[in-house]
Design a binder for this molecule. Structure first.
Ligand code: CMP
Length: 402
């Protein structure tokens, strides 16, 4: 038999005995076996509980993770106040760990209790606040731990990339060297079929070389050892070189690449080799994600940007499949590729051809190493209506230091 009045008096010494007497009539004594769920996280329930005997465990899901036990509570502790005070669903699960007896207050009785004693009301609000803060802290700790794990994983991937690139480079150079020599052999020269095979091997290893170089660049970007040598760079020349570079594939895929210089554009201070790599990547992406028959445009003009000064704005626009807003930031992260890697075709310039997922990270690294900015704008991804994408680059005219 529970002495309800005694339990209430002990738990709420700040409430007048007269009120407690009345409460004692209104609350319900409830007994629960072990492992019984009394409060369900996310549910709209409006009962407040005071533990008479036994024990409950309070647990919660953090960011889709498994359920985590926050703490256990015993006789004299209360729970279920947060949903009532905040008028929100239950913030956690409350489950008995053994035979437990509680006093249950429905919303009206709970409100009456709070109204009877400002100091109790204040204590409840403070408890709710402390519990909220403690739950937020747990969520933050979880996030911090996950972030640390991710950073370590990222570093491990980068280390692997760097080692793999170095390991691949030597045998690749050997293959290229021998193939070159083979190509010059009289027997090969005399046989066009053999010469074509050799040509194929050389093309393949050149492509592999590009991938390996990209891998090395990425690992350098991350360790800030990428050397940027600033010299005057004429953008019109850089873009028209790219245009002739891609003439073959543009023809095969019936794509147009138009270059529009809008007004006078001065030389910019930059690293021509790195800038070429960045714009090469942006154009190759436009080619990859635009179906045959589409149009790619590079427009550029002189502008003035706060915190950058005189700058050149460059927009690489296509009439391709576009990019969902939710991916528009992550595509610039290392190793990120939209969709399943296994579904990508592997051609460098074929429609939706894959790659190692390093291209845009490299673009971002190179542009930022020049003190510039790069981002993408697209209405979304749609392979039917082809909303297209516009990659926008701002490059300061002078060196970042200047
Ligand atoms: P409520 O959100 O109504 O239902 C679940 C209850 O678990 C909640 O009220 C509090 O009583 C309790 N609770 C939630 N988080 C904590 C915590 N960090 N410490 C103690 N109790 C908590």
């Amino acid at each position: 038999m529970v002495d309800v009045l005694a339990v209430l008096s002990e738990a709420f010494p700040d409430v007048q005995p007269r009120v407690l007497h009345e409460m004692a009539r209104l609350v319900q004594v409830q007994d629960y076996p072990p492992a019984e769920l009394i409060c369900k996280e996310g549910a709209f329930e409006d009962v407040f509980y005071l533990i008479v005997s036994g024990e409950v465990a309070i647990s919660k899901h953090f960011d889709g993770s498994d359920e985590r036990i926050l703490r256990t509570s015993g006789p004299g502790d209360f729970f279920g106040e947060m949903a009532l005070i905040q008028d929100e669903p239950r913030s956690a699960n409350v489950r008995t760990t053994r035979d437990t007896t509680v006093l249950a207050f429905d919303r009206k009785v709970f409100e009456q209790l709070l109204a009877s004693s400002p100091s109790l009301a204040w204590r409840m609000v403070r408890t709710t606040f402390d519990r909220l803060r403690s739950n937020d802290q747990t969520a933050l700790d979880d996030l911090r731990a996950a972030y640390l794990t991710l950073t370590k994983l990222d570093q491990a991937k980068l280390d692997f990339i760097e080692i793999a690139a170095h390991e691949l480079r030597t045998p690749l150079t050997v293959v290229q060297g021998y193939t070159d020599v083979l190509g010059k052999h009289p027997a090969v020269r005399a046989d066009p079929e053999l010469a074509e095979l050799i040509e194929g091997i050389l093309r393949g290893s050149a492509r592999l070389h590009e991938v390996v170089d990209g891998m090395l660049d990425i690992s350098k970007l991350d360790t800030d050892t990428l050397q940027v040598s600033f010299v005057p760079v004429p953008l019109p020349m850089l873009f028209s070189e790219l245009q002739s570079n891609f003439a073959g594939v543009l023809g095969q895929r019936r794509l147009t690449l138009e270059i529009r210089q809008l007004g006078e554009v001065p030389y910019i201070a930059g690293d021509p080799v790195l800038l070429r790599k960045a714009f090469y990547q942006l154009v190759i992406n436009a080619i990859k994600y635009t179906p045959d028959g589409g149009a790619i445009t590079i427009s550029y003009w002189l502008t003035d940007v706060e915190a950058m000064g005189p700058a050149v704005a460059i927009v690489i626009e296509d009439t391709g499949i576009g990019i969902d807003p939710e991916y528009q930031q992550v595509i610039f992260e290392k190793f990120y590729q939209i969709g399943t890697v296994a579904l990508h075709s592997s051609g460098k310039t074929s429609f939706k051809g894959g790659g190692p997922g390093l291209g845009l990270a490299l673009v971002k690294g190179i542009i930022e190493a020049h003190g510039g900015l790069v981002w993408v704008e697209s209405k979304g991804h749609d392979e039917e209506t082809l909303p297209g994408s516009a990659f926008k680059v701002l490059l300061p005219v002078g060196t970042p230091e200047a």
